[in-house]
Design a protein around this ligand. Structure first.
Ligand SMILES: Nc1ncnc2c1ncn2[C@@H]1O[C@H](COP(=O)(O)OP(=O)(O)OP(=O)(O)O)[C@@H](O)[C@H]1O
Length: 835
């Protein structure tokens, strides 16, 4: 039987071929290594029938041979294996059996006997240590990479984790290797995230290789940083090129391809979030899971679960610590890795008025590269619908689905782009226990199919289905991380209600200290904590802004079509958009219905025109109608779909395209409503035969200010909608806006000459709209200033230039509102998106 001798610091172990030998901090293992960087169950060494093989078992800090991180490697006499660190981690020197003969005590060492001072001897938790054996490993933690290698740029590990390449490709100096989705490429990547002709590798005259982006939609990345549309970058041996779900590494003239199939490890190290004022709302959170894991995060309200989720997804990066995606630093390589993350917020990210299929169709159009065909997108949608068993519901409106099914649709939407990591924020809140189980089983299935799923939940009924449970304590620290079935024992309570009561009653208790002093900590998190905390150094927002899979106009087109579809499917809204202006226009007819809007004759006694109160009142009512209709159309528009906007923004939606889609659709609706109000209000009245600018089309000349007022009020409504935190606040603000407009029309009292008030009225759209219509009707003579007849209002001058000025000012206020909306929208965006 072949034997192998391992030596470390004067100790030796002789391994025979009859069984595998386990290495790690676990005192139950064969070779116990008391070093915090070594994982509980770090690796095995076994005879495979041909040679001795060291195999890493998902250790946190890695197994290294000759400085290279390895997953599985043949070893033999002369080899040296470092655990936990390539250079100064515990080093096992390998020699052959002959050495064993000359070594004084070369017996294989069973179990803990060899080291009485094992570092795990921490205060034991209340329950006995969990019994596990090596053959059914409870994975401890994922791999964590070495620190950046030279030339690693934005943080490339010196090797791509410890995975084996999926494929190799041979590069030639005289040949360009083009990557893309189309079949005519030399390297075909069948991934919808990849453009048809995405990028190419080619040699430079000095024999080095370069990657050049071919104007790809989703970008080409080197070490996680985009090289820019049409840009190129020289490649060194440590550089990693990212294209869609594939990454490439150059080894000599050979190109290694690693395809991200979703099976990625994930870990967080020392995550700390500090808010203004220096308060820490997330404190030193570390945990890690291997691939295909389902992790649940629970904790009392305010314990930092949402903060943790934002830190893990990069939405609001932590101030300190790292998030590692399959050994790659998420924060440093956010531009590339963000595309592999799916996030299902608590609120549905769908337009509920659409059918399931249509909602997914628009989402796919926005998220996939512009060069994907409708058939390709449809095929992916059908695939996801089948996977989530939603195909029978695809023609149903989202509103008609149950809460659980709706959640499935939200998950389906995120799955379209095949993320490897999926985060869900309280997906089961508001669901009954049956649906709760359904959703958790769905998540279990997603993880089993090769994804890592992390779910923040308030529901504790289905925790057993998860691989790992993270319990957050008040104050934002970890109270427990480990298998869910051991958690209650760990806390020493029988129910979760008791645990949460304890959190509530003993808020100041050092829950984190209790966790760190436990054996569970040693088993499940100590190795991750062994690496010192790093302060977060995010690349500039400009450098990590997501690629826009679609061009601006294409996004705008899709958004407009989607918005029209949403409005079109809401019959109630459609009916109101017609009824509201019709009623508002019609009520104006009740005012002195037989009186016209012309200037009255001069009163010979006063030498002034007799005021025409009908004209001012009618114009007041029509103006208020346009204000109301315009602002009411838009005031809830942004707040009601803020969650959708936030999510889509994080996947590359353009803020200005989004805003413009609202302006165009709502603007068109509002302008038509304004036209209706104006036509109903003015057409049955006697009006001047000739206008100031449109000749004898006086009716239309009078309608134009009403339409423009509707538009500008709609923009004001958008400002309110972008400003508020909840939809309920919009109604009082809408009423306030409309009443202020009434006051500042100038129809109720003389504004001109009232110092301060008049200047303030220039900010009001109704002032300029009434001014424009007033120039046509000659308001200075319809409502003469009785106090000082010579002091006429210049905004009402019966001249074409005054009409033009009034209209220009009205539109300008609308444009300023547009800038304000964009500014306010930015405040609600994920922190990493603000630019
Ligand atoms: N930007 C901020 N500035 C100051 N404090 C904040 C900020 N964001 C969150 N907090 C505070 O941090 C704590 C954690 O908040 P977080 O929303 O993460 O808790 P949570 O566990 O998700 O709560 P819930 O279960 O109620 O959603 C809370 O006390 C919250 O008030």
């Amino acid at each position: 039987m072949p034997e192998l001798v391992l030596e470390m610091n004067g100790r030796t172990w002789t391994l025979d071929a009859s069984r595998p030998y386990t290495l790690g901090r676990d005192p139950q293992g064969d070779i116990v290594l008391d070093d915090a960087r070594v994982s509980w169950r770090h690796a095995t060494i076994a005879w495979n029938g041909r040679s001795w093989v060291v195999e890493d078992h998902g250790s946190t800090n890695g197994t290294f041979v000759q400085g290279q991180r390895v997953h599985q490697l043949e070893i033999g006499p002369g080899s040296a294996v470092n655990l936990g660190n390539a250079t100064d981690g515990p080093r096992l020197n390998v020699s052959g059996a002959a050495a064993a003969v000359t070594t004084p005590q070369p017996q294989p060492q069973p179990h803990a006997a060899q080291n009485e001072n094992a570092g795990w001897a921490q205060p034991a938790p209340q329950q006995s240590a969990p019994q596990q054996n090596w053959q059914q490993p409870q994975q401890v933690a994922p791999q964590i990479p070495q620190q950046q290698g030279p030339g690693g740029g934005a943080g490339a590990p010196s090797a791509y984790g410890d995975r084996s390449p999926t494929t190799f490709h041979q590069l030639a100096l005289d040949r360009v290797m083009r990557i893309g989705r189309a079949l005519e490429n030399e390297l075909v990547v069948s991934d919808l995230q990849v453009s048809r002709h995405h990028a190419e590798f080619h040699a430079t005259p000095d024999g080095r290789f370069e990657i050049r982006d071919l104007g790809s939609h989703n970008g080409t990345f080197v070490n996680g940083m985009p090289i820019g549309k049409g840009g190129s970058a020289l490649l060194g041996p440590n550089d990693i090129v990212g294209v869609g779900h594939s990454t490439f590494r150059l080894v000599g003239d050979r190109l290694e391809e690693f395809v991200d199939t979703g099976e990625v490890s994930f870990s967080a190290r020392h995550l700390t979030v500090t808010v203004d004022g220096g308060k820490q709302i997330l404190k030193d959170v570390s945990f890690g899971v291997p691939e295909k894991s389902l992790i649940a995060v629970i904790g009392p309200s305010g314990s930092g679960k949402s903060t943790l989720l934002k830190a893990l997804t990069g939405y609001r990066p932590a101030n300190q610590g790292d998030v590692l995606y399959d050994n790659r630093n998420l924060y440093k390589q956010f531009a590339e890795l963000r595309q592999r993350i799916g996030l299902v917020p608590q609120d549905d990210i769908l337009h509920k008025e659409l059918t399931v299929k249509k909602a997914l169709k628009y989402a796919a159009k926005l998220r996939f590269p512009a060069d994907t065909t409708a058939a390709e997108r449809e095929a992916r949608i059908d695939e996801v619908l089948r996977e989530l068993k939603l195909d029978i519901h695809k023609e149903k409106k989202v509103t008609s689905l149950s809460g659980g099914q709706r959640k499935r649709v939200s998950v389906a939407l995120e799955l379209l782009t095949k993320p490897s990591l999926i985060f869900l924020d309280e997906p089961t809140s508001g669901l009954d226990p049956g649906m709760d189980r359904d959703v958790m089983q769905l998540l279990r299935g997603l993880a089993d199919d090769g994804r890592t799923v992390l779910v923040v939940t308030h529901s504790v009924a289905e925790l057993a289905i998860c691989d790992k449970l993270l319990v957050m304590a008040p104050g934002g620290s970890v109270a427990y991380f480990g298998p869910p079935e051991e958690a209650l024992n760990f806390f020493g309570y029988e129910t979760w209600a008791d645990v949460f009561s304890a959190f509530e009653n003993y808020r100041d208790y050092d829950w984190a200290g209790r966790w760190k002093g436990s054996q569970h900590y040693q088993m499940y998190a100590a190795d991750i904590d062994a690496v010192a905390p790093q302060s977060v150094d995010m690349p500039s927002p400009q450098a990590i802004k997501p690629p826009k899979p679609q061009g601006w106009f294409s996004q705008l087109g899709t958004l407009i079509r989607r918005y029209v579809a949403v409005i079109g499917s809401d019959k109630g809204f459609l009916a109101l958009t017609v009824i509201l202006p019709a009623v508002l226009g019609a009520v104006s007819l009740l005012i002195d219905h037989n009186r016209g809007l012309l200037v009255n004759p001069v009163n010979p006694r006063t030498g002034m025109h007799v005021p025409n109160g009908t004209a001012t009142t009618v114009l007041l009512i029509l103006a208020v109608g346009a204000c109301f209709a315009g602002a009411a159309n838009s005031v809830r528009e942004l707040i009601k779909e803020r969650v959708i906007y936030e999510r889509e923004r994080a996947t590359g939606l353009s803020r200005s395209a989004y805003l413009m889609s609202k302006v165009i659709v709502l603007g068109a609706v509002t302008v038509l409503q304004g036209l209706m109000v104006g036509l109903i209000g003015f057409s049955s009245r006697e009006i001047p035969k000739d206008g100031l600018v449109l000749g004898n089309a006086t009716l239309f000349e009078l309608c134009l200010p009403i339409m423009a007022l509707g538009f500008t009020s709609m923009m004001f409504g958008l400002v309110i909608s972008a400003l508020v935190k909840t939809a309920e606040k919009t109604m009082p603000l809408l009423v306030m806006f409309a009443i202020i407009q009434v006051v500042f029309t100038g129809c109720l009292f003389t504004l001109h000459g009232t110092i301060g008030v008049n200047e303030f009225s220039y900010l009001m759209p109704s002032r300029w709209a009434v001014g424009a219509a007033g120039t046509t009707l000659d308001f200075n003579n319809i409502a003469p200033n009785t106090d000082d007849p010579t002091n006429t209002d210049p905004l009402w001058d019966h001249t074409a230039s005054a009409w033009g000025l009034d209209m220009a000012a009205l539109i300008a206020i609308g444009v300023v509102c547009g800038f304000l909306v964009a500014r306010f929208l930015r405040r609600h965006e994920p922190e990493v998106m603000r630019k």
